[in-house]
Ligand binder design. Structure first.
Ligand code: NAD
Ligand code: IPM
Ligand code: MN
Length: 378
């Protein structure tokens, strides 16, 4: 079968790691009698600086015509934080209603861990991050006058939210605000995904991390809806935790955790933490999954500090590529990639520079691609 895959390499190390992911994905597709037809999109910092627009009109619809999207990373020191992240990355997540951000953290052989675990055990955590709501809605502003009025609006697939906010700050001072939003259907659908994943992994407990003690009207609502959704799965115990406590417990005993469900902002933070526990951002893959176009990308960003040095570990992008193939139901191709990554790391030779070895970005990608071979037939 032929699949049409869009790729948005983006900024910094994005193009370096997506090139390796494509190399490995092409090999896995070929060996399983499939073909990937790639269409590259140029959006990112250079495009923005050249055209003064993050995305041209129609770009999201054009990208939506593909079977899936592979993204490198966006963000560049030449552009102040904000436009690229909000108008490109978050715009893709929101436009395609990619409400499930699945971020697995798996430890592999020979990968040094900050909190060592017994040699016969593996860290196998999956962060299920709600990906369309919370403080990411983009509903904010700055009060600059004694009385200001803000028209806030957020169109979503599930609903359209509009509000007018009249502010009065006295004594007069500048003050920034941002509105978070958690909707009942938004919480229910992501809770269902987390419960289904917990069941599929054969586990009996789901961790949910919020902060209902500090924001009871807000995260307390999340907890209430999650609890009521979980009543439909009486065989799964829901372990509601404050996110600060979770960040304390995780490094002490990472083996105690399986699926962790979080609202958007905490999910972002917790996924970097669990990636560190499992060996580093260079191994952390993710999928932004919805009912239309889904997008796969490493958890890491554009890492401008190492861009162009060959130090970028492409395994996160390669494993994101495996998630993309699995999403397209190319399960054998996806399995071959994950197996090749595990074999490459278990070999212990030529480990990536990030893990203290000698292999630069290209060499890691080539080594993994070379390990993808015809499955043995008996
Ligand atoms: P980052 O993830 O880019 O980097 C954090 C640290 O991890 C850096 O020291 C970096 O060198 C290291 N690192 C990251 N990926 C690595 C890899 N594959 N191999 C080896 N080391 C790796 O986070 P940051 O520095 O906070 O952000 C840099 C830029 O990326 C910012 O503009 C930010 O907005 C953007 N960003 C984008 C995404 C995305 O596109 N999904 C995600 C996170 C950050
Ligand atoms: C991520 C990133 C983004 C996020 C930023 C760049 C907006 O940190 O994909 O993890 O917060 O979701
Ligand atoms: Mn992040």
């Amino acid at each position: 079968m032929v699949y049409r895959v869009a790729v948005l390499p983006g900024d910094g190390i994005g193009p370096e790691v997506t090139a390796q992911a494509r190399k490995v994905m092409n090999k896995a597709a070929l060996i399983t009698q499939n073909e990937l037809l790639w269409q590259e999109f140029p959006f990112g910092a250079e495009y923005y600086l050249a055209h003064n627009v993050v995305l041209p009109p129609g770009a999201l619809n054009d990208i939506g015509a593909y079977d899936a999207l592979l993204l490198g990373a966006v963000g560049d020191p030449k552009v102040p934080p904000g436009p690229l992240e909000q108008e490109l990355l978050l715009a893709l997540r929101f436009h395609f209603d990619q409400y499930l951000n699945l971020r697995p953290a798996l430890s592999f052989p020979n990968v040094p861990l900050p909190c060592p675990i017994p040699p016969d055990r593996t860290i196998n955590i999956a962060v299920v991050r709600e990906n369309t709501e919370d403080y990411y809605m983009g509903l904010g502003g700055l009060t600059e006058n004694p009385a200001d009025s803000f028209n806030l609006s957020a169109p979503r697939k599930l609903y359209s939210f509009k509000a007018t906010l009249n502010t009065c700050v006295s004594p007069e001072t500048k003050a920034a605000f941002s509105l978070g939003l958690l909707s009942e259907p938004g919480i229910r659908r992501i809770t269902q995904k987390a419960l289904t994943l917990t069941k599929a992994r054969g586990e009996k407990s789901l961790t949910v991390a919020t902060k209902a003690n500090a924001l009871p009207q807000y995260y307390g609502f999340w907890d209430k809806i999650t609890r009521s959704e979980a009543e439909k799965c009486p065989d799964i115990r829901v372990n509601l935790m404050n996110v600060d406590n979770l960040c304390y417990q995780l490094p002490r005993d990472p083996l105690a955790f399986g699926v962790i469900l979080c609202p958007n902002l905490f999910g972002d933070i917790v996924s970097d933490l669990v990636s560190a526990l499992a060996g580093g951002l260079g191994l952390a893959a993710s999928g932004n999954i919805g009912d239309s176009l889904s997008m796969f990308e490493p958890v890491h960003g554009s890492a401008p500090d190492i861009a162009g040095t060959g130090k970028a570990n492409p395994l996160a992008a390669i494993l994101s590529g495996a998630m993309l193939l699995e999403h397209l139901k190319l399960n054998e191709a996806a399995r071959l990639i994950t197996k090749a990554v595990a074999e490459y790391l278990a070999g212990g030779l030529y480990l990536p520079l990030e893990l203290g070895g000698p292999a630069d970005t290209d060499r890691v990608g080539t080594a993994v691609a070379d390990l993808i071979t015809e499955p043995k037939r008996s």
